[in-house]
Design a protein. Structure first.
Length: 252
């Protein structure tokens, strides 16, 4: 607990007693201006924003397993994830997993790899004048700015294929070709969900698959394609289908 917060405590806005103090690690620097506000009798704590800081602190603690919830599964006591004979056969488990027993020996290679990656990125960005890190609004979080990607010249083979297709069949819609190819070989059967079961009908799955493949093949934004095609499914449905059905091993 930190005593420097004592003068800011306002019992009318806080649930805590008058002698309660605020830990330093709960209220971050960027939240101080919202948590500490001016009142008739001087600075005081805004309970609403302070509660948000506490909830954020609890969320981080749950994710890091520093705190846990009794009766929960995902956020249960991390000691329950260990085998029952962990204390007796700890060395055997470490050997099976091929990891060192000492935390430092496990962390240091990862830290060295991260440092090497950051140094390589720093060397690369220092040579690229058009790529730099900026802080929008003067905040602490930096963003990498890159120039707009210029259109690359079309390959000669692609141009030759287009000319031959136009010469033989005329101007064709690529989406029509994709639908016709599906009619002949039924490539929907090669795409299956990564979930436990599939509830989509054959026609609904075929529509979503063709639109997603067309979007990926032509580099057309899926939201723009959905607005143009106006299918029965929503844009979120198309995104969900892409995540569950279209995976690299299936495309290969």
């Amino acid at each position: 607990m930190c005593g420097k917060w004592d003068k800011y405590i306002d019992t009318r806005l806080m649930y805590s007693p008058e002698d309660e103090t605020i830990p330093d690690n709960i209220v971050k620097q960027r939240w101080i201006e919202l948590v500490i506000e001016s009142g008739p009798q001087g600075p005081r704590v805004n309970k609403l924003y302070f509660e948000l800081c506490v909830l954020r602190f609890l969320e981080q603690g749950l994710k890091c397993r520093e705190i846990w919830v009794e009766g929960a599964y995902r956020y249960r006591n991390p000691d329950q994830d260990l085998p029952a004979d962990w204390s007796q056969n700890r060395s055997n488990y470490f050997r099976k997993l091929n990891i060192p027993e000492k935390p430092g020996a496990f962390i240091e290679p990862i830290r060295a790899e991260m440092i090497a990656g950051l140094e390589a990125a720093n060397r690369y960005l220092s040579k690229k004048r058009e790529v730099f890190i900026y802080h929008p609004g003067g905040g602490e979080k930096g963003l990498i700015r890159i120039p707009r990607i210029q259109k690359q010249p079309e390959r000669t083979t692609i141009q030759e294929i287009k000319e031959r297709v136009i010469k033989k069949w005329g101007i064709l819609d690529l989406l029509d070709i994709l639908i016709e190819a599906d009619r002949q070989i039924d490539f929907l059967r090669f795409f299956y969900t990564s979930g436990q079961r599939q509830v989509l009908s054959q026609m609904a799955a075929r529509e979503r698959l063709i639109l997603n493949l067309f979007s990926l093949g032509t580099n057309t934004e899926l939201k723009r394609l959905h607005a143009a095609a106006n299918p029965e499914c929503t844009y979120d449905d198309l995104l969900y289908f892409r995540k569950k059905f279209i995976r690299i091993p299936l495309i290969r």
